[in-house]
Design a protein around this ligand. Sequence first.
Ligand code: NCD
Ligand code: ZN
Length: 347
Amino acid sequence: MTQSITLRRPDDWHLHLRDGAMLQGVLPETTRHFARAIIMPNLVPPVVTGAQAAAYRDRILAARPAGSGFEPLMTLYLTEGTDAADVAAAAASGLVKAVKLYPAGATTNSHSGVKDFAKVQGVLEKMAEIGLPLCLHGEVTDPSVDIFDREAVFIDTVLDPLRRRIPGLRVVMEHITTEEGVAYARAAGPDLAATITTHHLIINRNHILAGGIKPHYYCLPVAKREKHRLALRAAATSGEARFMLGTDSAPHVDALKEHACGCAGCFTATNTMPLLAHVFEEDGALDRLEAFSSLNGPAFYRLPVNETTITLVKHELPQTFPEKILTEAGPVTVFNPGFAVHWHVEA
Ligand code: NCD
Ligand code: ZN
């Protein structure tokens, strides 16, 4: 018997769309299944002001495939020079749904990020007052901290003190990768949520490093030990309101992934929903997939849930995905989970 499950149409609460030819090439991969996405602002130059976010939103809308009602939910890139009044105006108009904080140097295009948190105190206080969420890339950048410890150290030395300094600030821990991240999110109140990516539910650090280096599994925060992957699986499949899907689908052309200094990012927009169906079924939690992909995010962001649905069907035969998306900027390799996937989103 064919198995199938119908869900409210999912949203992606952490997505990189880039710009220009790359945007044009990858956007249909997201709009095929997702109704909305929180759009990361780490362009070159970054999306810092409300005016820049409005212009970027227009470029995304113009790149949508014909007939798509996909809604980009815009974010601003927090810098030490960000103007609190501009942020408040962009939020009040409905244009901007969150502000993104990258510790300077933490990841792709993060050099304009925050070094001195005292310099952004005023903006963060304003955000707490108006209820605008802060999306956090939660890794310290201190070169003396081991890359596999950077998330846990960030929680203790940056995130927790920040939340104590600014009570009421609504925070999204983006792409958590550790059991420490899961535990911190679980212990917090309703003003904190966490996104979890598709790939961190599937790979651990062995997938990147054992048997030859696999650049297409390299992303930031880097995948950790197996016990952390299992903690993320338990969190995502729990149905708990604080955990929501943020794919962090982050396209880079193959030439920059397969490189002496390869870029960080896994591209999962194409096959995230079938992969999640596989993962949730494996964990006996298919009935909680909708909470993770379609309900918990809107609840945290105080947005309505989507009225339309998608149906996932499990087929006898393994389903195929394109190996690469051919954009005008160059080919982008689609995340390969390394196992057969029988789930497919019905057209
Ligand atoms: C992201 C990118 O390429 O923009 N890369 C990644 O590995 N996730 C940046 C980020 O979210 O850290
Ligand atoms: Zn990201």
